[in-house]
Design a protein. Sequence first.
Length: 267
Amino acid sequence: MNIKRPEQPETITSTSNAEVKMLRALHERKYRRQTGLFLAEGMRHCTEALSVGFSPMRLVYAAGRETDRGMSALIAACKAAGGRVLPVTPNLLSRISGKDNPQTVISAFPVRYQELSQIMPEGIWVALDRVRDPGNLGTIMRTADAVGAKGIILIDECTDAYSVEAVRASMGAVFNVDIIQTSSADFMRWAEGWKGEIVGTALPASKDYRTVAWQQPLILLMGNEQAGLSDTLSQQCTQLVRLPMLGRSDSLNLAVATGICLYEAIR
């Protein structure tokens, strides 16, 4: 008896294909805003997304890799969500990825932002004031996920948490932490009712970070890479701490400093 195999979609080979152009455009923030979609590359990231309730709206993979481990589940989830499954040539996969050696699967997922009003006064949150480097933001998301923090609050003009660079640096954590965008004015109004600690980092602070009682619920408030924490946000903190600088360097990388504070908070 001949068993009929499921019909596979036709392989896309043209760079002028509308879907390929749309996916490539998701490298730019304005198109992520227009479409409400962002890119995640690699089987690990895509299956992590699936496990926490993100379904791909576009699934791009190297033609002929339909039987790869985990691919059938991604294909099924994409179709169930009303998305499109797109087998492509290696050249197009590289074009969409932006890398010479892309992984075999790239997905476009819906962007998800939460609201300040949805935050419950529990656990740890990381608030970032005008963070500009997507690598720093992705690393902070990854570290926040590692310590079991609830999420990230992005204040004022921050880099996009759903940029390709930030998603890559997060190693899948972008799917596991809540992300909130807000203004400093809205954050300060909301923070007045926060029933917990707000610990900020600042060079003129008088307390060594190791001497502080890191009590939850907690918001760890970190400043911009160059300018640090703004004066207005510093005034919102219940405690200001510093990390000792014993050598000639007068500051730490933002993601490193955030990681040190987060692990001290859970110690």
